[in-house]
Design a protein around this ligand. Structure first.
Ligand code: C2E
Ligand code: MG
Ligand code: MG
Ligand code: MG
Length: 274
């Protein structure tokens, strides 16, 4: 019986590994086939000023439509894309798409800030700033409407280099946001060292702030720190009215979360704006 189970388990694991490898290869192939094939899409999630309900910006979030026509979350492919370097062309696709859409909305009279997630791998590329400059120039998107979201992990890399990359990006006029703030390799000295514009309070603190005193204290501390440093604030993962009203009371006005809207395909956003 034990032997039988052992064999089954072995088979189970090998099948699983095989499947994982196949998926990985398929994934890699798909990513390689490139964004122009339509396999990748950009969704947008609104950032809302909770004081008046107005949409002040959108975050571009990558999606993959696999051959079964399922929409796959980036959590499933970003790590592989980073490992293989494929995040570089993928990231460029998202950046260009967000700039194109941002310019289109601007021309239609909607001045929205477009946020694009940038992986550490992209920031390390020697021509990253040129890539951003070119995307802005070719699309006509004003630099001051582009916000790049990086994680604390990016700041923990080669500090000198990161500092000069961020300084160059800032000189273009784009703003820099720290995503998932408080969960990475947080060091308060980063806030002093780097030219940052926005802190995005991580979802985990928002999720727990009404039930856990520690999370509530962390949220309050991040907000007052950001105010003191004249940084803009965004609360991520706001799902409940009570969270929003508590955040408003504490002085954080810009919210992103299912309470205000899920990430949607561009056609859906256009429909809302129409
Ligand atoms: P992120 O940048 O922190 O994006 C926020 C994530 O939280 C999104 O997941 C969004 O759908 C989800 N979210 C928003 N509001 C709520 C809420 O109220 N409740 C809950 N439970 N979740 C909420 P998504 O789209 O699956 O993206 C996951 C992560 O993948 C992103 O986290 C980001 O780190 C990464 N990612 C997405 N697009 C890109 C991209 O174009 N480039 C890179 N490098 N990374 C990306
Ligand atoms: Mg983000
Ligand atoms: Mg985040
Ligand atoms: Mg995240």
């Amino acid at each position: 019986r034990a032997k039988q189970e052992g064999r089954n388990r072995y088979r189970f694991f090998s099948a699983e590994i095989e499947e994982a490898l196949l998926t990985r290869q398929a994934l890699e192939r798909h990513i390689r086939m490139g964004a122009e094939q339509g396999g990748f899409l950009v969704y947008y999630q609104p950032k809302v000023d909770a004081r008046d309900g107005s949409v002040v910006g959108l975050e571009a979030l990558l999606r993959w439509r696999n051959d079964k026509n399922e929409i796959v979350s980036p959590a499933h492919f970003i790590p592989l894309a980073e490992e293989t370097g494929l995040i570089v062309p993928l990231g460029l696709f998202v950046l260009r798409q967000a700039c194109l859409d941002g310019k289109r909305w601007l021309d239609a009279g909607r001045r929205l800030r477009l946020a694009v997630n940038v992986s550490a791998v992209q920031v390390t590329e020697s021509d990253f700033c040129d890539t951003v400059r070119r995307a802005l120039k070719e699309t006509g998107m004003p630099a001051e409407l582009l916000e790049l979201e990086i994680t604390e992990g990016v700041l923990a890399q080669d500090v000198e280099r990161t500092m000069s990359v961020l300084a160059e990006l800032k000189s273009l006029g784009v703003s820099i946001a720290i995503d998932d703030f408080g969960t990475g390799y947080s060091s308060l000295s980063y806030l002093k060292l780097f030219p940052l514009d926005v802190l995005k309070i991580d979802q985990s603190f928002i999720r727990d702030m009404l039930v856990d005193r520690h999370s509530a204290a962390i949220v309050a501390a991040i907000i007052s720190m950001a105010q003191g440093m004249r940084l803009r604030l965004v609360a991520e993962g706001v799902e409940r009215e009570e969270q929003a009203s508590e955040l408003l009371k504490l002085g954080c006005h810009i919210m992103q979360g299912f309470l205000y809207g899920r990430p949607e395909p561009v056609a859906e956003i256009d429909r809302c704006f129409a």
